[in-house]
Write a protein that binds this ligand. Structure first.
Ligand SMILES: C[S@@+](CC[C@H](N)C(=O)[O-])C[C@H]1O[C@@H](n2cnc3c(N)ncnc32)[C@H](O)[C@@H]1O
Ligand SMILES: [Zn+2]
Length: 276
């Protein structure tokens, strides 16, 4: 719930502390009097500017993501992330949280909180994603915010920072991560979903190159370890459509063309980063 994490959040306008007020209609209020209503579905929007960026997942994409993750085909990725996160949390202080940047439905964060006894912040720019993340685990507080802007999170608040197939902001990630904490950044390998990219003429996402990721983080983080996860699950036609439908804009328009299932390469790399 949002009350589990409010001490770790900060006002997006003036960066002062927030407290929870009101019952039953909850809201967060900062020291300068800025007010943020907690939505009926349990998340709070701490967006500083007007609307959400164009990169927010739509209701439809989020529904496809929830359906696909529910099939269990990505459970191996969640297990890898949870294992790495559990090791990382043991070296950071007790009053910190697990922060997931670009958390989507909260699927990975919930799996991490099952093995790490801390509160979790699911941050995403999509309110549709935040709505599902808010109920993915009892200890999740879901926040709508822009990962590319200043994060409405207090410095050193996170002992574990997750960033899974999502926008990265190394400067802010460094600020909110406790010096003893770890960031777990998961990115697709070049051959991830290669069968679907070939068959449906999907554009491969260009930022998959490991060198680019290393460069992006080099000033502020050290790569402690790398883990890969590879599998070739056999997907039904409906699952293939979900997987394409949850993907980036240029992809999900093609989901309606799916006629058959088949084996699909799942290949990702998890980087474990420690702050410099
Ligand atoms: C590919 S999805 C991954 C979601 C989740 N990590 C997962 O793997 O299931 C990318 C997520 O990043 C979110 N997103 C896109 N731009 C963002 C931004 N500027 N700030 C925060 N979240 C953003 C999207 O709404 C979407 O939920
Ligand atoms: Zn304020």
């Amino acid at each position: 719930m949002i009350s589990d994490v409010v001490d770790l959040l900060s006002c997006p306008h003036c960066a002062t502390a927030l407290i929870v007020e009101g019952s039953p209609g909850l809201r967060l209020v900062c020291e300068e009097g800025h007010v943020f209503d907690v939505a009926r579905h349990g998340y709070v929007s701490l967006l500083a500017g007007g609307g959400a960026a164009g990169t927010a997942d739509t209701a439809e994409m989020v529904a496809e993501r929830a359906a696909f993750l529910g099939t269990g085909h990505y459970d191996g990725i969640a297990e890898l992330v949870a294992g790495v996160a559990a090791d990382s949390a043991s070296v950071a202080p007790d009053d910190s949280c697990v922060l997931d940047l670009g958390a989507g439905t909260g699927y990975y964060l919930a799996r991490v909180l099952d093995v790490v006894d801390r509160p979790g912040i699911a941050l995403d720019i999509s309110k549709h994603a935040a709505r599902l993340a808010a109920r993915a685990h009892p200890r999740i507080g879901a926040v709508v915010a822009d990962a590319w802007a200043g994060l409405p999170v207090r410095g050193r608040a996170a002992s574990v920072l997750l960033n899974i197939f999502a926008p990265r902001n190394p400067r802010e990630m460094r600020r909110v991560l406790h010096p003893g904490g770890r960031a777990v950044v998961v990115v697709p390998e070049p051959d991830h979903l290669r069968e679907l990219i070939a068959e449906y003429g999907l554009m491969a996402v260009d930022d998959r190159k490991p060198e680019r990721l290393r460069e992006q983080f080099a000033d502020r983080f050290t790569v402690e370890a790398e883990h890969t996860y590879r599998a070739t699950p056999s997907l039904s036609a409906a699952e293939v459509a979900q997987l394409i439908g949850m993907g980036p804009n240029a992809w999900h328009e093609r989901a309606g063309e799916v006629r058959s299932g088949g084996a699909v390469t799942v290949a990702v790399r998890a980087y474990v980063l420690s702050p410099r």
